[in-house]
Design a binder for this molecule. Structure first.
Ligand SMILES: Cc1cc2nc3c(=O)[nH]c(=O)nc-3n(C[C@H](O)[C@H](O)[C@H](O)COP(=O)(O)OP(=O)(O)OC[C@H]3O[C@@H](n4cnc5c(N)ncnc54)[C@H](O)[C@@H]3O)c2cc1C
Length: 381
């Protein structure tokens, strides 16, 4: 099949892609089985990614970032997703950094962005609670102002990078009598923080290398200058304004996952024999792969157009929501077919498509469920 090169790629990005791919092949892939067994990737790989300039690639150099643009970020998401590396929660790390970049005070940006770019701090986002997921206005984690501090009580669940995170962008109620207007984001440094506790690694059906955890806050004291942007009640607006960017990241990952799965399944179908032929010689295999290749290409071209819109600052919420629900639903369907074409081997975790199949279920749920995406699209009519 003729190689498809995205219109936003150029020579410099092709070199960046090669360097990223080399890093993943040498420093990540050999460790992935151990990471899955240990349910986290450890701190060393974050620092190495930071040293190589792969973290916060689109954050300005004045804040320690690499000074690139969204395309440099995309290259990392794509190369990870194509190889089924889902333990390294770069998407969430980057989203945390962008909350700071877009909404933080100058002092907050200067203090935290360089540490996120170097991998010294791993970033997490604490929104979801046991009683509030899609309906974020229902969160109960309370931050009560007391002199120069906030007193934080509550808990969060399903937090990506939860175990490794040194910095949590914590969504809290600063005024319990208000809905959205009583919500704020606190920048919480977790190291040696009294009253803070990370729960067990949550036992998931996929993404085994990802340290998804519960976080508990019991009388935690956070200095008042860690209020994102310095004004209470802005949390909801801050979250909303960054949503298209976050949804596009999930869609980019889904498109690249399909590409990686297609490549692996093509190779398998060409080599595996049954009834004296390769699987590829059966018409069903050829038709299924033709369908997968078509869906994958349609996803690629739509996601590429969203990437272009994001680069121009023109990606709207409805379009990003379309990309998120459709690409993640398609990735799930495609992976199901890829597993089927692998036969019993497709159900074995040592095979890429088996791991991708399990991992592809949850992007339909996180980053805003696909039902919520459709609500948002419908609201734009
Ligand atoms: C592996 C993993 C990683 C995650 N990482 C993070 C993270 O880093 N930070 C974080 O804060 N959260 C994270 N989450 C949480 C995730 O964002 C939520 O699970 C998600 O938003 C859904 O919330 P919920 O689980 O409470 O489901 P609910 O909101 O209870 O939804 C249950 C069902 O009802 C549907 N539903 C709800 N409201 C509506 C509606 N208005 N119309 C139609 N259908 C509706 C939903 O679509 C869903 O199908 C993660 C979750 C997982 C599983």
């Amino acid at each position: 099949m003729k190689e498809f090169v995205s219109s936003w790629m150029d020579e410099e990005l092709a070199m960046h892609r090669q360097a990223v791919a080399r890093f993943i092949e040498t420093d990540m892939l050999p460790n992935d089985a151990r990471w899955r067994a240990e349910h986290n990737v450890g701190h060393a790989i974050w620092r190495k990614a930071g040293e190589l300039g792969f973290l916060c690639a689109d954050i300005p150099t004045q804040y320690g970032g690499a000074g690139g643009d969204f395309r440099h970020e995309v290259v990392l998401y794509e190369e990870l997703a194509r190889r089924g590396i889902t333990g390294f929660g770069q998407g969430v790390h980057s989203i945390a950094a962008h909350y700071l970049l877009n909404h933080g005070t100058e002092a907050q940006k200067a203090k935290y962005l360089p540490q996120l770019a170097s991998g010294e701090l791993v970033g997490a986002i604490g929104m979801t609670e046991p009683g509030a997921g899609s309906d974020l206005q229902g969160i109960r984690t309370r931050a009560q102002r007391s002199g120069a501090e906030y007193l934080v009580n509550g808990s969060k669940i399903f937090i990506t990078n939860g175990y490794l995170a040194g910095l949590v962008m914590l969504v809290v109620k600063t005024d319990a009598t208000q809905g959205a207007k009583g919500t704020s984001i606190l920048i919480v440094e977790t190291k040696d923080l009294a009253g803070f506790r990370v729960g067990r690694f949550l036992d998931k059906i996929g993404m085994h290398a990802q340290d998804t955890s519960e976080l508990f806050f019991d009388g935690v004291r956070v200095p008042a200058d860690r209020l994102l942007g310095g004004t209470e009640g802005r949390g909801f607006a801050q979250l909303m304004s960054d949503l298209p960017y976050e949804r596009l990241i999930v869609a980019v990952q889904a498109a690249a996952t399909m590409e990686g799965a297609l490549e692996a399944t093509l190779a398998y179908a060409k080599s595996r024999k049954a009834f004296g032929k390769t699987l590829m010689e059966f018409q069903n295999t050829r038709f299924k792969l033709a369908e997968i290749a078509t869906i994958t290409r349609v996803a690629r071209t739509f996601i590429d157009s969203c990437i272009q819109q994001q680069l121009q600052g023109a990606l709207d919420d409805a379009t990003a929501s379309m990309a998120k629900w459709w690409a993640t639903d398609m990735a799930h369907e495609v992976l199901d077919e890829c597993v089927q074409l692998h036969g019993g081997y497709g159900y074995m975790s040592e095979y890429l498509v088996a791991r991708m199949y399990a991992d592809a279920r949850v992007p339909r749920i996180y980053g805003g469920t696909n039902e919520i995406m459709k609500e948002l699209i419908a609201r734009s009519f």
